[in-house]
Design a protein around this ligand. Structure first.
Ligand SMILES: Cc1cc2nc3c(=O)[nH]c(=O)nc-3n(C[C@H](O)[C@H](O)[C@H](O)COP(=O)(O)OP(=O)(O)OC[C@H]3O[C@@H](n4cnc5c(N)ncnc54)[C@H](O)[C@@H]3O)c2cc1C
Length: 479
């Protein structure tokens, strides 16, 4: 099988898995009311790759068959620009509201396979070989992956990663004839209901952990003992007019329990090597994955700007404060575009022939976005004010008695009442609904919190010029 269609993707989701949403143990993901909308949306992402084949597909380097461009191991700057077009096309499908469309994990695993040398250190050659084979299979079967790389929080006084052996956290229990048994828990598998397999790989280094915690692997979602507890759904299962975003873009997040799960030996990428766990992703993971995540973020900022512009125009809101706030979103979007451009222009080889973006512009952007996105939501709500709540439903618009009154009293400037309704419903679904709130939480945390990212920026970004400029005043001869 090569690049899949939406129908093939949905067929894969009908398989058994132990997944809970609200009160329900889900029997069939595409048929569950809380999941059906996003399942259909993701199926459309699979169809999109065929409709936009020029941007989204490329020939498999070994077989020549079509695979998604997000599986590419970039070997040049031109490759990165080629990948950019495909990633942007996917991001535009959900306007960046789905952070973990399958291209996210495809890019991650392409990066791992491209730097298999990093995984092969300290006798982990077999794990690295397994990883390279897995990545080829992932691309050729066009699977959808969810991932969990963060240890669950029990008592922060003990730190955020295990110190010694922590039985609550994912760890190896025993060897079996065909592999190993693992037990424990992890957070937070976004996309879990819509995935074919679960990926576990290093999140943060854990220098003092027991070797049993040093694990990386991929297993199918229906592996016995694997349990997923989803957060409350924010999907609204009505119609796309009333809830244009909540009806399709709730990608879900799940707590993962490994209740004595057997991992086959050929699916193990790290089995007890703390050295490999603590160093495998040091150099190229960030610059590789951040091309995908920042293209998505830029798309979402441009979309938010469009929402603001349409709202302001629909009611002729031209006051200086509104123009200033619209300028603020425009500024964020332009900084995002410029950082991605700068990072791609300065791309270089990171080792083993793999090319990635220049890291510093993306690192700075990543550290800024968790503050920008909540501010963007605030601006959308300021511009929208009560108008986001004077939005008749589809049923109200269809009512023959109400409709003429709505047309008379809720018209906009240059737009009729129905169009005005659509604009403000879209904006409310973006910034005000439960989906808007979950998405804000996502932007704050999905790739590390603002605190952690700004600390990384402080430690990593070059400081030579900053210090030199200051030191001129500290070293000059004074009278
Ligand atoms: C919606 C959502 C989806 C997610 N999806 C996934 C997923 O698919 N897979 C996955 O593995 N994980 C996922 N995560 C988890 C995510 O990786 C973590 O939330 C993230 O790493 C931050 O860790 P934390 O939640 O423990 O928060 P912390 O990093 O502990 O942050 C909590 C607070 O403490 C502050 N803080 C903590 N430590 C420091 C520090 N060292 N320096 C400065 N400030 C600090 C932060 O600024 C913040 O205010 C998701 C999270 C969310 C919210």
């Amino acid at each position: 099988m090569v690049a899949r269609t939406g129908e093939q993707f949905l067929l894969g989701l009908r398989g058994a898995r132990e997944l809970w949403v609200g009160d329900d143990k889900v029997a069939s993901v595409p048929d569950h009311p809380a999941l059906a909308g996003a399942a259909t949306a993701l199926a459309e992402v699979f169809d999109l790759q065929h409709r936009e084949a020029d941007a989204c597909l490329m020939p498999d380097p070994e077989t020549g068959e079509p695979i998604n461009v997000s599986h590419m191991i970039p070997r040049s700057q031109a490759d990165l620009e080629r990948r950019h077009r495909g990633l942007e096309c996917i991001a535009e499908y959900s306007m960046g509201l789905m952070g973990r469309t399958p291209d996210y994990m495809n890019v991650t695993f392409a990066g791992f396979a491209g730097r298999a040398d990093e995984w092969a250190i300290n006798g982990n050659g077999q794990g690295a070989e397994n990883l390279v084979s897995y990545q080829k299979m992932l691309a050729r079967k066009d699977l959808s992956l969810t991932h969990t790389i963060i240890h669950s929080t029990v008592n922060l006084a003990a730190g955020t990663v295990p110190d010694g052996l922590d039985p609550a956290q994912l760890h190896k229990v025993e060897e079996t004839e065909h592999g190993i048994v693992v037990r424990g828990s992890r957070v937070l598998a976004t996309l879990a209901p819509f995935a074919d397999e679960l990926a576990v790989y290093p999140g943060m280094p854990m220098p003092d952990a027991a070797a049993q915690h040093a694990l990386s692997f991929c297993i199918p979602m229906d592996t016995p003992g694997l349990k997923f507890i989803c957060r409350d759904s924010v999907a609204v299962n009505s119609n796309k007019f009333d809830h244009p975003l909540s009806s399709r873009f709730d990608e879900q997040d799940a707590f993962v329990i490994f209740d004595d799960v057997e991992v086959p030996r050929d699916r193990l990428f790290i089995d007890g090597s703390l050295e490999a766990y603590n160093t495998a992703m040091r150099t190229s993971w960030w610059p590789n994955i951040m091309q995908q995540t920042m293209i998505r973020a830029h798309t979402k900022l441009d979309f938010a700007r469009g929402l603001g512009l349409r709202m302001a125009a629909a009611i002729n809101r031209e006051d200086p404060q509104t123009q200033q706030m619209l300028g603020e979103i425009a500024m964020y979007a332009e900084f995002a575009r410029a950082a991605i451009y700068a990072a791609e222009q300065a791309a270089h080889e990171y080792g083993n022939g793999m090319w990635c973006c220049e890291l510093p512009p993306l690192l700075a952007l990543r550290a800024a976005l968790p503050a920008w996105f909540p501010r963007v939501n605030e601006i959308i709500r300021q511009i929208g004010s009560h108008n986001m709540l004077t939005t008749p439903s589809r049923a109200a618009l269809n009512d023959p008695e109400l409709r003429p009154l709505i047309d008379r009293y809720l018209m906009g400037v240059g737009v009729d009442a129905e169009q005005r309704d659509r604009i403000f419903r879209l904006a409310w679904d973006f910034a005000g609904t439960a989906l808007g709130s979950r998405n804000e939480q996502y932007e704050r945390f999905y790739l590390g919190s603002v605190g952690r990212n700004q600390t990384v920026a402080h430690n990593f970004l070059d400081r030579d010029r900053a210090v030199r400029l200051t030191d001129r005043f500290l070293t000059e001869e004074l009278d």
